[in-house]
Write a protein that binds this ligand. Sequence first.
Ligand SMILES: [Cu+2]
Length: 167
Amino acid sequence: MAFCFYVVFGAFSLAFVVQDLVYLVEVNEILKNIFCCPNPIMAIITRIFVVLAILNVVLLPTSTIATQYVVGDDRGWTIDFDYQAWASKKTFKVGDTLVFIYPKGIHNVFNVDGNSFAKCIIPPPSKAFTSGHDVVPLLAPGKMWFICGVDDHCFEFNQRLVIDVKA
Ligand SMILES: [Cu+2]
């Protein structure tokens, strides 16, 4: 994935290089002094690599590389865990995924609305994720609410999570 972005930004950088070619005659002299390249072709190649390096450093960190979040980290999806504290340290964005990990049958996951979240209203069982390793893609910006529908895990043990997905 990261390599793909590297290739894309590499191509992007090359477009800048082409635009810059007009200035190469002047820059060439400077580069020859800096990099001690007696051959103008070598200076051009050096410049291309310099531009590539700079642009990749500038652009790569701001690119939207998707993140997969294991809900609750090591604790997984369980009772008596402060998922709001957990979520508050994260930035969720469209394209990321959540993974709910728990012993199959002990918990489950419902993606609900804000009202069901607040009141722990459990939807029909058919709407539950129950695999114990439930991967949920964050497809749109805005709030997403999740609750456990087993027994009173939501209401009594606060097994629920709300996140705000950024565009
Ligand atoms: Cu549960």
